[in-house]
Every structure is written in structure tokens, then in C-alpha cells.
Design a protein around this ligand. Structure first.
Ligand code: NAD
Length: 287
């Protein structure tokens, strides 16, 4: 039977560490703050926003939301972002994506101040992730996977790690973070031949494909660490991951569930990035 890796436990431990850092910032006159820039009111965005606000509040970080109407112009959106770049009380900026179809995301990527870009939208931060420079901000979900592994004492160094999924949001940057920590990484995708064999050979298997319960028991090697990033609905309408948890769990050494897994750590990583940005912008950097 595998140890269940609970994201809620990881988030709890991170919260304690973050509170100490936000208190230290406040003692020196800096109130760390996240600004969310949202166009319209997509249910997904509102749900993530509620989680992010709660996490900021729990860790002593301020959170302001700029809501723009669904039909906002490109120019108005860019001006709103520039205003947040200039605002000295804002340390981190999160722009909800995807944007409505008439808006172009590309100019925003170059416009956002890389120092405030806490979810890796800027090409500057993307380049840092891919060049192994940890002075920038990686996307929150891949970093949440790394926090999860670290919390449970799983060192990827020298291990065979298979990542299913090659998106720029999860799979690819996660592979880079693992490589930085000296893992031997294989990235799988829809065109991979022998997906099952490649997965079975892994010491650590990470599923980020967005396909409900696609990882079955024969795909996970005996004693493997299995991390599930997927968020899907099963045919009964219940939230589930990419891993068939009940089938895979008996043979795994560690396994993360969905819900209460990686998704529970993502907003804690966001909070950690805001605190780091506030430390850096206020000259109280820990580095
Ligand atoms: P995406 O659709 O952009 O990318 C999916 C990737 O998986 C692609 O590279 C594709 O090639 C690969 N893939 C899909 N089906 C496959 C299959 N059958 N075999 C092999 N490879 C396959 O998705 P994404 O944005 O990277 O998200 C992946 C999953 O992670 C989704 O379920 C998403 O909801 C979830 N997610 C979770 C969090 C979180 O906080 N936990 C955050 C972001 C995304």
C-alpha cells in the first residue's frame, strides 16, 4: 500500500513558513500584495480566484482584483496591466487566461514586469526555467509538484522520471525543474509509442495529460512514486485525476490523490512567489 501524498499537508507546512516571512516583511514596513487581473467572469477563473484569495489571506498577503468587462479593448487591458506594473504596493500580478477571443495574449507576455510575474507569463521567466536559472518564477503547478516531492522526502536526483504531457503550463516546465534536480526525464505525449512501457520503467511517474483515469495499474511500476496533476470529471460527474487511484495505489510507494493532491498546493506556491517578489522589490531579499 502506498503512502498517500496529501497536498493539504504540504500546503499546511508551507503556510507556517510563509507566515514567518510575511511577518518579517510587515515588521520592515512592506505589506506583500497580489493583484489579480481578470477579464469577464468565467466560472473557472472565479473558482481559482476564491482559492487564491483565501490562501493569500491565510498567509497574511493582501489581494486585490481588477475586473474588466468581457468586451474590454486590447488597449484598456494593456493599460490596466501597466498600471499594476507601476503600482509600488503590488508585488505579484496574475492575469487569468485564456482571454476572450478578441484579445491578444502575446503583447501582455512582454508587457508584464518579470519581477512581478508570479505565474511565469513573461518570456523572461520561461527562459529562466528552461535555462535552469531559479531566480525567476516557474509556473505554479509544476513547482507544486516539486514541493510535493520535497515534502515527502522524495529526491528525484538520479531517478528515472516519466512525465505524461508536454504543455507549456505543466509538462515541459516540470521536466525542466526535474532536470535541474538531476532526474533522468522522459516526456510522453499523444504520439508516444509504448506509453505503458515508458511509464512502467519510471521510478517516479507524473501524469499531466488531462485524461480521466488513463494511468492504469499495469502502467505503474512496482513501488513507483505516482503524482497525479490531472483534474477531470469521471462519467458520473465526480472530480478525478489522470490516475486510476484505486487500481494503482496498492502497488505504489507514494501516490497523490485528486482532489486534495497537487491542486491544493498550487495557490501556496503562488503565495510563496508573491512573498519572494515582495522581498526582492523591497530590498529584503533572502537570496
Ligand atoms: P493540455 O491539454 O494543454 O496538455 C495535455 C498534454 O497531455 C499534451 O501535451 C498531450 O500531448 C498529453 N496527452 C493528452 N492525452 C494523452 C494521452 N492519452 N497519452 C499521452 N499523452 C497525452 O493540458 P495541461 O494544461 O497541461 O493540463 C494537464 C492536466 O493538468 C489537466 O487535467 C489540467 O486540468 C490539469 N491541471 C492541473 C493543475 C493543478 O493545479 N493541479 C493546473 C493546471 C492544469
Amino acid at each position: 500500500m502506498g503512502t498517500v501524498m496529501l497536498g493539504t499537508e504540504v500546503a499546511k507546512a508551507m503556510k507556517e513558513r510563509l507566515i514567518q516571512r510575511t511577518e518579517a516583511l510587515k515588521e520592515r514596513g512592506t505589506e506583500p500584495k497580489l493583484a489579480i487581473l481578470r477579464v469577464g467572469a468565467r466560472p473557472d477563473d472565479l473558482s481559482y480566484e476564491r482559492g487564491a484569495k483565501k490562501r493569500m489571506e491565510l498567509t497574511g498577503i493582501g489581494c486585490q482584483v481588477t475586473e474588466l468587462p468581457e468586451d474590454v479593448s486590447q488597449r484598456e487591458l494593456e493599460e490596466a496591466l501597466e498600471a499594476l506594473n507601476r503600482d509600488p504596493s503590488v508585488h505579484g500580478i496574475l492575469v487569468f487566461r485564456p482571454l476572450p477571443g478578441h484579445l491578444d495574449e502575446e503583447p501582455l507576455k512582454s508587457l508584464i514586469d518579470p519581477v512581478k510575474d508570479v505565474d511565469c507569463m513573461s518570456p523572461v521567466n520561461i527562459a529562466k526555467v528552461f535555462s535552469g536559472d531559479d531566480s525567476g518564477y516557474a509556473p505554479c503547478t509544476p513547482e507544486a509538484v516539486m514541493e510535493m516531492l520535497d515534502h515527502y522526502g522524495i529526491d528525484p536526483k538520479g531517478k528515472k522520471v516519466t512525465v505524461i504531457g508536454r504543455s507549456m503550463v505543466v509538462g515541459k516546465p516540470l521536466a525542466m525543474l526535474l532536470l535541474k534536480r538531476h532526474a533522468t526525464v522522459t516526456i510522453c505525449h499523444t504520439r508516444t509509442e509504448d506509453l505503458a512501457g515508458t511509464c512502467r520503467a519510471a521510478d517516479i511517474l507524473i501524469a499531466a495529460a488531462g485524461k480521466a483515469k488513463m494511468v492504469t495499474a499495469p502502467m505503474a511500476g512496482e513501488g513507483a512514486v505516482v503524482v497525479d496533476v490531472g483534474i477531470n470529471m469521471d462519467p458520473e460527474g465526480n472530480l478525478c485525476g489522470d490516475v486510476d487511484f484505486e487500481a494503482v495505489e496498492p502497488g505504489a510507494s507514494f501516490i497523490s490523490p485528486v482532489p486534495r493532491g497537487v491542486g491544493s498546493v498550487t495557490t501556496s506556491v503562488l503565495a510563496q512567489h508573491v512573498v519572494r517578489a515582495a522581498e526582492s522589490l523591497s530590498g529584503q531579499s533572502r537570496v
